[in-house]
Design a binder for this molecule. Structure first.
Ligand code: PMT
Length: 431
């Protein structure tokens, strides 16, 4: 029987290589067909025979091995998979992938593959934090590679820090969610398809990033928002023809080019920038993590550490989303986010009702592999009409497409309502 997905599993030379065996087993249980490729160094940790016995397939290590059954194996292997998954990925393989070095079977396969690539790194904390590794990771992310971020814990070298391979079940979950969402996004588009620029008459005003509330000239209150989620929504809306304006707070990424971006720092600046432009918008999306409180007084000079305790009086900032919603013109759709660490559905529904939103995107920000700062996110969408759409863990770019798709459904509903109101008023004026 045909398996659901074909996965090329690349195993590299690190102590976590043995965990790739369990990843393989769990993927097989989830109805995936897996073929394994190993680096020469990986074979020091696990024998190819282990993978061969479990997959009943030849394990590729060296294109030139006399027993290799396929003379152009790296090309054939790479063309026949739905996903190339690397577990564990060493700093060395990340560096080679980032620089296009193809000096063995796995690196040649990476270059020859047109399938999406997911990488689960594992290494010592210093190697992970090294600017060269982080530079290579940034480059691979720009190239469209997905990372299953390592976690913090006790490493093989007995130190504690970031660099531990993500738990096997979480790796498998991320892989399956990713493949599932890829399959869904390949489903035929609705009649007003993306190529038709169905949002060409809309103007999206989107907030993103964090705000900074200054305590004194050198200190501030803020949060971990990177800006990724809001920019992903901006690009997804722009792709469908919408005019997009982004009010961006503080970011930990370089913003995409070709977007109209207004930079702000504090909640108050964000509030003012939004209020100035809201009358021209037809869709407002509040993806920014706006500080809820700010210091009542900002000290003019650096606060000295004279006393053992420092008490800073805080006051509430203006709720931008709530104000936008209260003062909305009749064509404006108002979409909010709910970032929660517990009780996600109840809190999100409460926020939607309290702020009178058309739709809310709820995300669980307690999970380190999604939410703030991560390339991935998960949660669900709730609409005023009571529709709930689950969003499993997936890249923010993909989640943004789902969000924009749902916004486009709300726009269609609004247009239908306008049409029927026009018909009603015509009938009334004729009678
Ligand atoms: O930027 P990333 O690293 O990609 O992370 C994305 C994200 C986790 C920040 C994003 O997905 C998200 O959840 N954004 C909303 C964060 C937030 O502040 O949530 P909240 O539940 O505290 O606020 C609810 C809503 O009110 C949000 O739409 C928020 O923008 C808005 N708000 C909050 C306070 C305030 N003073 N003004 C507001 O407009």
């Amino acid at each position: 029987m045909k398996k659901k997905w074909k996965i090329g599993l690349g195993v590299c030379g690190g102590i976590a290589a043995y965990k790739a065996v369990e990843v393989l087993r769990q993927l097989q249980k989830a109805d995936c067909e897996v073929q394994v490729a190993m680096t020469k160094e990986a074979t020091q940790f696990v024998q190819p025979l282990t993978f061969r016995a479990l997959t009943n397939k030849y394990v590729f290590v060296d294109d030139y091995a006399p027993d290799n059954p396929d003379p152009i194996a790296h090309v054939n292997f790479s063309q026949n998979i739905d996903l190339l998954l690397i577990v564990p990925a060493t700093a060395n393989i990340i560096a080679k992938f980032a620089n296009g070095i193809a000096d063995d079977f796995l690196t040649s396969t990476y270059l020859a593959s047109t399938a999406p690539v997911m990488i689960a790194p594992a290494m010592n904390t210093a190697m992970w934090n090294h600017p060269a590794t982080q530079r290579n990771i940034r480059r691979l992310k720009e190239d469209g590679v997905y990372f299953i971020e390592p976690i913090s814990g006790e490493l093989a070298c007995k130190t504690i820090g970031t660099g531990k391979l993500e738990e096997v079940q979480n790796i498998v979950k991320q892989v399956l969610d990713f493949l599932e969402s890829k399959a869904l996004s390949k489903q035929p588009a609705t009649t007003d398809s993306v190529e038709n620029f169905d949002l060409k008459d809309e103007h999206f005003l989107i907030t993103t990033g964090s705000t900074r509330e200054e305590i004194d000239p050198v200190r501030y209150i803020s949060n971990y928002s990177s800006g990724k989620m809001g920019f992903a929504i901006a690009l997804a809306a722009q792709k469908r023809g919408a005019k997009v304006t982004v009010i961006a707070g503080n970011l930990s990424i370089s913003p995409p080019e070709n977007l109209d971006i207004i930079k702000v720092k504090s909640a108050e600046e964000m509030h003012n920038a939004v209020m100035e432009r809201i009358k021209d918008a037809t869709v407002y999306v509040g993806a920014a993590a706006v500080a809820d409180y700010k210091p009542v007084n900002r000290a003019r000079s650096k606060i000295k550490k004279d006393s053992s305790k420092l008490i800073i009086e805080l006051e509430k900032t203006k709720d931008i989303l709530e104000e936008v919603s209260k003062n909305r013109h009749e064509k404006l759709l108002v979409i909010g986010f709910a970032a929660e660490t517990e009780n996600l559905e109840n809190y999100a529904a409460e926020k939607m009702q309290k702020k009178n939103l058309d739709m809310i995107v709820a995300n669980d920000v307690s999970n380190p592999s999604s939410g703030f700062g991560s390339d991935n996110n998960q949660g669900f969408i709730l609409t005023k009409k009571g529709i709930k759409i689950e969003i499993p863990l997936m890249p923010k770019t993909m989640m943004a497409e789902r969000i924009v798709e749902q916004i486009s459904e709300l726009i269609k509903l609004r247009q239908n309502l306008e049409k029927s109101e026009n018909v009603d008023s015509k009938i009334e004026s004729q009678s």
